[in-house]
Ligand binder design. Structure first.
Ligand code: NAD
Length: 297
């Protein structure tokens, strides 16, 4: 079997198109422009790239982008004061604090100081609790993107066996909750799981979010399964230079799977598309307007 390639880049463009259409309508009919504030503390090069890309795409879909760049030695009190100001700013519908934060700042405290209604990353404990209890939440962007790809490919996920590899708060745990919400039978595997290949072989859906280059190989995959590769790892090429690979060994997995996301061009582009979708959702909720279809969990 040669797997169908799930084109996350194309699907992300469709999501951004839907968001842009809805934003244009919000402006025209209600005079409201959704706004996303992104806070970056320090000069981490990868974070700077992400923040730039987020700002650019926010503007491209017609939203307002507010970037707050703070120096690496910013005090916790100053950062909390900025978040408080953004929480109270009616032009700001979404707030994202780029992680990781410098070591002297308490990440949990900072994230939990964001108003849950504006928490477009879905990391606030209130949103985690809402998602866990099947209530309307702001949902973390990467797992939301994976869910959208799976729903688009399969339609209903009901009754499928899903194995999520990785138990991080950012990807693994919320992914498992979302799959449970769509009536999958869910297993969360992690670094202490015994006989991981055997666990993965039971899966109709495999979501790999481990951070280990090409760890999941074709021999672990059930014939016809759908493989969602969240991993983004940069590895050295034998001839020099580097390239990006996922947590799944693409060639061997694609030979057995029914469908698979590539790296790059799979889950990656969905993350920012879902951030924009979440900002739009937050804006609609703040204004008691109907939410767009197909952009939430
Ligand atoms: P993390 O380091 O927080 O969590 C990794 C998880 O993998 C842990 O729960 C750990 O238990 C598990 N794990 C580690 N070694 C294992 C092993 N040998 N067997 C089974 N499980 C093992 O990572 P994260 O933030 O969840 O990110 C995971 C990957 O996804 C990384 O490659 C990251 O770059 C990528 N990522 C991509 C996006 C995106 O936009 N596509 C977003 C977030 C993270």
């Amino acid at each position: 079997m040669t797997a169908t390639v799930i084109d996350g880049k194309a699907f992300a463009a469709t999501v951004r198109g839907k968001v842009a259409e809805h934003v244009a309508q919000l402006k025209e009919v209600h005079g409201i422009t959704p706004g996303l504030a992104v806070v970056l503390v320090g000069e981490d090069p990868a974070s700077q790239v992400y923040v730039r890309s987020k700002g650019k795409q926010t503007v491209e879909v017609g939203m307002n982008s507010y970037e707050h760049k703070l120096s690496a030695d910013t005090s916790e009190a100053d950062l909390l004061a900025l978040i408080d100001q953004l929480n109270n700013d009616p032009a700001v519908h979404g707030i994202l604090v780029q992680l990781p934060l410098p070591k002297h700042l308490n990440e949990d405290l900072v994230i939990n100081s964001i108003s849950p209604a504006k928490d477009v990353d879905g990391f606030h404990i209130s949103n985690v609790g809402l998602l866990g209890t099947g209530q309307k939440a702001m949902v973390p962007c990467t797992p939301l993107g994976c869910l959208m790809l799976l729903r688009d490919y399969h339609g209903s996920l009901s009754g499928m066996n899903a194995v999520v590899i990785g138990r991080s708060n950012i990807v693994g745990k919320p992914m498992a909750q979302l799959l449970l919400g769509d009536s999958c039978t869910v297993t969360i595997a992690h670094s202490r799981t015994k006989d991981l290949p055997e666990v993965v072989r039971r899966a109709d859906i495999v979501v790999a979010a481990v951070g280990r280059p090409e760890m999941v190989v074709g021999d672990w995959i059930k014939e016809g399964a759908t493989v969602i590769d969240v991993g983004i790892n940069r590895i050295e090429k034998p001839e020099g230079g580097t390239r990006l690979v996922g947590d799944v060994h693409y060639e061997s997995a694609a030979a057995v799977a029914g469908a698979i996301t590539p790296v790059p061009g799979g889950v990656g582009p969905m993350t920012i598309a879902c951030l924009l979708a979440n900002t739009l959702t937050a804006c609609c909720r703040a204004n008691a307007l109907p939410e767009p279809d197909g952009l939430t969990a």
